[in-house]
Structure formats: C-alpha cells, structure tokens
Design a protein around this ligand. Structure first.
Ligand SMILES: [Zn+2]
Length: 504
C-alpha cells in the first residue's frame, strides 16, 4: 500500500499595484520550503503562485501613473514572475488573473453555481470601503476611524451590488473549523476566526459598478453593468488554475481528490480565506480548503514594508548582494512562525556567513580529509568512536524532527534542527582531531588509522544526511554540495558559500 499523499499548496496572489517587496518573497519561500519538503518525502505536490491582476487598486495605481491599465498591470505582474527563478522557487504553475485563459471561465462558473444555490442577490448598499483592503469595513473594525491594516479612513460608497448570502453559512463554517476539517494555523488565528463567526456573519457585496471599476475585471454573468468583486475573483484563482471552469482533470486530481489543499497567506487577509472563500466553495457545492497557514509580517527597522516609508526592500537587490542562499537562509533561520520579524541587513549578512563558516567549512574539511586519507572511499563496519554518539543520534533523528516542524508550519524549527546537526558535526571534528590521527597513522600508528577511518565514516555519513535534508531550504546549494561530496572535489568544496563583509 502506498502512503503517498497528494498535496496542493498555494501562496496568496499579490496585487500588482507596485513592485514585489521582501514580504512577498518571504511568503513565496515559506510555501516553497513546504512544497519541496513534501516532494522530498515522496508526496505528490502541486505548487501554485500568481498575481491578482483584476484588483481595483491596480486600476487606481495605473491611473495615478498615467498608464493604460493593461500595460501597467502586465509590467508589474512580470516583476513577480521574474522573482520566481532568482528565489529558486519550485512552483509548478503561475496564474495571472487578467490574461490567463483558465481564469475567467472558472470565475464565471463559480458565480453561476453560487447563483443557482440561491446565494447571490441584488441590493442597494451604503457602506464604508477601504480601498487598501478592497473591502467594505464595519465601523467596529476601525481604529480611530481608520482601517487598522492600512491606516487610511475608508470612503463612503453607495451603490447597487450583488451580495453573497454569507449569513446562511454561519453554522456550516463553524462546524467546518471546530471539527478540524478546515485547519487554521497558528491556533490563535483559528480562535480569532471562530470568534468572528460566532459574532454573526453578514452578507457581503460581491460585485462593483462597472464605472467604479473603470471597466477592469470580469463582468457579472447576465449583468454587464457590474464586475465581479475583486476578492471573489482573486480567491477563485486557486481552482481556476486547475481548470475548474472546464471541470478538467487537474481540478479533480489536485482539488477534489487531493489529501491536502493548503493556502499560505498573510495575517491581513485571514478573514477572506477562512470565512468568505470556504463559504463560496460550499455554496457552489465544492470542497473547501483543508488547511490555512497564516504568517505574520516582516518589518524593517520596526516599520511596515511600504514604498512611502522607504522600507519596501527589493528582494532582487538582496539576492544580488547576498545570493538566494543568503536570503532564503535568513527567512528560514530568523523568521518565527508567530509574530512579526524585523529585517536588518546585518542579520542577513550574519546568517549568510553562518553558511560559509558552518556548513561550507564542514563540507570543505570533510572532502579534504577523506580525499587525502581514504582515496579509495570510506568503508563500513568500523567501531564508532564514543565522541560520535550525539552526532549519530542527531543524524538519525533529523528527518523526523524536520517532518514534525514542517507539519506544524514551523520552518524555522525545521532549519534549526538541520543546523544542530551541522554544529554537532563541527564539534565532532574538533573533538576527534582527524588531522592528528592522520599524522599519527602516517608515522605507523595503526590504531590511529583505524580510529581515523571510523571518524571519517561518521563525518561523511553526517554530511550526506545534511545534504539529503537541505534541498527544501537551499535547493541549489544542496546540489552543489552533493556534487562536491560525490566527486570528493576539493576545489568545489572550498567555494560553496561566499563570505560577506560585516554590515556596520
Ligand atoms: Zn484596509
């Protein structure tokens, strides 16, 4: 019997009203680590990312820039596409909601299904709208009259819209989350969502006047005066990319019949993903997601990432300076599962140098020792030196430790478990002094040669374990290390990771 599981994972699709910043890169890398980890364990994985092209704030940004919307959106969306390779992402697919031919038929079909279920109706509406959130907000959501997420006062909008009967789904949603059939992590997010649902759900608007949308977006079927609301449109990407519009094979395979449907999202859009999106799917007679992992935000010098504050750091610039290894390693080593993480360049430089000093050095030393002392390779069946006990235990426990951490979406704990093996292997080298053993062996000390043999066997074994577990975190570096180890290539061993100047 195969215990292979089928796993569908998505990032949120960012608005393209600006360039990608470090926060987007973080979410992409977190999702990538989870996807690669599952693949490493033999699971079937499909990993989707994309861009939310149809958002009204993209239209506002294009107008502000004096550019045609389509052209502006295409240019900005391309910046996100261009980030995937330098970040070493393993996404199988990337959907752009304005141009991808899979998207519109899927959105229209989802709309029709909700309409047929009796969950869509028209009504006049007057409400406060935050264009940052692309959502109507309730007075109770505001802090001092401003949106707590965007710091802007909402505007009063009066129009006739289509509404989704969310109120009708309150009991079903509560049951879905309380039963754990929809898992929301971390737990405090789950509790927030449950409290929000228990507080009573109100129907929400799912269309906008064509005029306010300046003709951008997907028209409401049979009501061309209205366009489908940004969030209804955007959330649908998770299934339209699987050709839900034509009920394709991908949709059956990766949505209806997958073991896990996981959305990785930022905390600002929790409600849309944990309440609106499952309700829409249930209304349409489709399966809701199984898991939603909510991450917190990056800050820079304690401030939000924002263009106007000058804190919107370009991930490509960081990669140019420190390589994708440096950036990915900082993300996985320093960003906690709960709570915001503050980015400072010196922290990243320290982590990048940790790779050179800790891992690069370990591999380099091991290759040098093994190639010089055992050119025919290291054989098995020797007595383990007592100093190796901790290292051997850490090595055999490592895969399970990483599995446990990744199952809890704690990427930092997973990377830390890996790093403990690297640190222990370096301690083992210091404790056993293999150079001294080699020298003694060359002057005829047979026992020293035997011990050296055992030390190098343990050491090389540890390096192989590290290399096997490294790809989710540093995929290309893992390949470089594997090649250097397989060929006992001392030249390659020396140049695995660069060192960086201390940042003042
Ligand atoms: Zn807002």
């Amino acid at each position: 019997m195969s215990n292979k599981r089928r796993f569908y994972i998505t990032t949120a699709i960012p608005y393209v009203n600006g360039d990608p910043h470090l926060g987007h890169a973080l979410e992409f890398v977190q999702a990538d680590v989870l996807a690669r980890h599952r693949r490493l364990r033999g699971d079937e994985v499909r990993f989707l990312s994309g861009t939310d092209d149809n958002a009204l704030k993209n239209v506002d940004a294009a107008v502000a820039a004096g550019r045609p919307v389509g052209e502006f959106v295409a240019e900005k969306a391309q910046r996100f596409v261009d980030l995937t390779k330098p970040l070493q992402l393993s996404n199988d697919d990337f959907i752009r909601t304005s141009t991808d031919p899979r998207h519109r038929p899927g959105v229209e079909r989802l709309w029709q299904a909700c309409a047929e279920a009796g969950d869509l109706y028209q009504r006049d509406y007057e409400g406060l709208y935050c264009s940052g959130c692309e959502a109507f907000v309730l007075p109770g959501d505001l802090a001092d009259g401003r949106c707590p997420e965007h710091g802007e006062p909402p505007e009063l909008i009066v129009e006739r819209n289509w509404f989704f009967r969310l109120s009708r789904h309150q009991g079903v949603l509560l049951d879905l989350i309380e039963s754990g059939r929809l898992r929301i992590e971390p737990e405090h997010r789950r509790n927030e969502v449950l409290a929000f649902i228990r507080g009573g759900l109100t129907d929400f608007s799912v269309s906008r006047a064509q005029e306010r949308a300046r003709g951008w977006g997907i028209p409401v079927p049979d009501d061309p005066e209205q366009v489908i609301y940004v969030w209804f449109d955007a959330l649908a990407n998770y299934i339209t990319a699987l050709r839900s519009g034509s009920d394709g094979d991908d949709y059956r395979r990766w949505w209806r019949e997958s073991d896990e449907r996981l959305h990785v999202i930022g905390k600002g859009i929790t409600r849309f993903h944990t309440v609106y999106w499952p309700a829409i799917l249930i209304s349409a007679g489709q399966s809701p997601p199984t898991t939603i992992f909510v991450h917190d935000y990056l800050t820079v010098g304690g401030q939000k990432l924002s263009k106007s504050l000058g804190t919107a750091i370009d991930p490509l610039q960081i990669i140019e300076r420190y390589g994708a290894d440096g950036l990915r390693w900082w993300f996985v080593r320093d960003v906690p599962r709960n709570g915001d993480a503050d980015f400072r360049e010196e922290l990243l430089a320290t982590r990048a140098n940790e790779l050179a000093d800790g891992l690069g050095n370990l591999i380099n030393r091991t290759i040098a020792l093994v190639s010089r002392n055992h050119p025919e390779g290291v054989c098995q069946g020797v007595d383990w030196p007592t100093e190796s006990e901790t290292l051997r235990a850490r090595c055999s426990e490592l895969p399970a430790a990483i599995d446990k951490a990744c199952a809890a979406f704690d990427v930092r704990a997973a990377a830390t478990a890996l790093w403990e093996v690297v640190a222990e292997a370096n301690r083992f080298v210091s404790a056993t002094q293999p150079w001294e053993l080699a020298r003694a062996g060359r002057s005829g000390n047979h026992e020293a040669s035997e011990i050296l043999h055992a030390v190098l066997t343990v050491l090389l074994g540890a390096c192989h374990v590290i290399t096997r577990e490294l790809p989710p975190f540093l995929p290309l570096a893992a390949e470089r290390i594997r090649e250097a180890l397989d060929n006992l290539d001392t030249q390659r061993g020396r140049t695995l990771f660069p060192k960086f100047e201390e940042v003042p």
